[in-house]
Design a protein around this ligand. Structure first.
Ligand SMILES: *Cc1c(COP(=O)(O)O)cnc(C)c1O
Length: 386
């Protein structure tokens, strides 16, 4: 059996080696390492794929989030609502810009931002909501967009884990992750669903003025060379990374299907296990399974941290990697200590942190590996709960 990895980028590379190698070679031959034509080509191809009117490639997903908040003109002290159960980048850029992160709890089943919690967290100083489409499934965008409209708030989608996920509104309209709010942000970090061979990211927007502002901010705040109209940053997608992404984009749908097939295998294997809860599905969103994340529970379906940790160690012995995304919610992180928050304030996120376990998930998992992983997990649970 092939060695099991959380993410297998080597096998994926070998499947499309020719396309990748020739793309990279062309960049090296042209020596247009920055702002080469491949960046614009990829931008247009991704616009066509996602339906976003404007895509602005940048250096990474964290930059995309920061630039989004800068482009909206938020001021020091403005409040930005974001889930407490996510990767740190979402709140980090809020804090870096001197804005006030207001964290909210998530739903136990989908692990996405709780809409009731968003509603409760809104104050006169709230300016924006940043939903995270966690693990590859869109947050409840219908309700979030409705709240934002009613309260006059911006929505910046953190779609770093959810490129290609499709959301269906109740009127039948469909939209891809990142194209529903004022701005969407994504990451091309190598292990993301559309990953390059280094760092990369992009902003999505359907608004012409915002697009122009975003381009300017990402380029030192200038529109005309050496005329700096606003404070900006330097954030670019390297041409070599754009060439890699342009080679991979035509395969994204088949990559997503491969993830979904692996997820279905896991779902079927675990759905009747009494110590395992499979990921909850929001039927309005497709799930592109950036992560496949189990909750390990007691028979009464409350978190079983001890069993989760023991199972992770058991799997390590069987050469099966598994990861805890995320072990500590934002409001309990040292750097984000805040007198407004204490342990117990966001009970769902805290419970999730105690019981989540993400399994190997990538585009090259084969049946032999899936069979071994699922069998080992079931055997492990049986042994550890004897
Ligand atoms: C990966 C990720 C980011 C940051 O992307 P980088 O490209 O690593 O900067 C932000 N938010 C979420 C939810 C992510 O998963």
């Amino acid at each position: 059996m092939k060695k099991i990895q959380m993410v297998d980028l080597q096998t994926q590379y070998l499947q499309i080696k020719q396309e990748i190698d020739s793309g990279i070679e062309q960049v090296i031959r042209s020596a247009a390492f920055v702002k080469g034509e491949q960046v614009t080509n990829f931008q247009h191809h991704l616009e066509a794929y996602t339906g976003a009117k404007h895509i602005i490639p940048v250096g990474n997903g964290t930059d995309a989030l920061q630039i989004a908040l800068m482009a909206l003109g938020l001021q020091r002290g403005d409040e930005v609502i974001t889930p407490t159960f996510t990767f740190i980048a979402t709140a980090e850029v809020v804090a870096l810009l001197g804005l006030t992160p207001v964290v909210v709890d998530v739903d136990w089943d989908t692990m996405n931002m709780s809409v009731e919690a968003v509603e409760r967290a809104i104050t006169p100083r709230t300016k924006a909501i940043v939903p995270v489409h966690l693990f590859g499934q869109c947050a409840n965008m219908e309700a979030i967009m409705a709240i934002a409209k009613r309260k006059g708030l911006y929505v910046v989608e953190d779609a770093c884990q959810a490129i290609g996920s499709v959301y269906t509104f109740s009127d039948g309209k469909k939209a891809q992750a990142g194209t529903m709010g004022e701005i969407g942000c994504t990451s091309f970090f190598p292990s993301k669903n559309l990953g390059c061979y280094g760092d990369g990211g992009a902003l999505f927007t359907n608004d012409d003025d915002l697009a122009a502002k975003i381009r300017s901010i990402a380029n030192h705040g200038m529109e005309i060379r050496y005329h700096h109209d606003r404070v900006g940053v330097n954030s670019r997608l390297d041409t070599i990374q754009a060439a890699v992404l342009d080679a991979k984009l035509p395969h994204l749908d088949e990559y997503t299907s491969a993830r979904q097939m692996a997820a279905k295998y896991y779902d079927n294997a675990f759905k009747d296990e009494k110590h395992i809860l499979i990921p909850g599905h929001d039927t309005r969103s497709t799930h592109v399974y950036h992560q496949y994340t189990l909750r390990i529970v007691k028979e009464d379906k409350t978190p079983d941290k001890e069993l989760r940790d023991a199972l992770k160690a058991y799997l390590t012995d069987k050469q099966i990697p598994a990861m805890i995304y995320y072990p500590i919610p934002l409001h309990l992180q040292k750097a984000y200590q805040d007198s407004r928050y204490k342990k117990g304030d966001f009970p769902v996120a805290e419970r999730l942190a105690d019981c989540v376990l993400s399994l190997p998930m990538h585009t090259c998992l084969d049946e032999e590996q899936l069979e071994y992983i699922t069998r080992s997990i079931k055997e492990g649970i049986r042994e550890l709960t004897k």
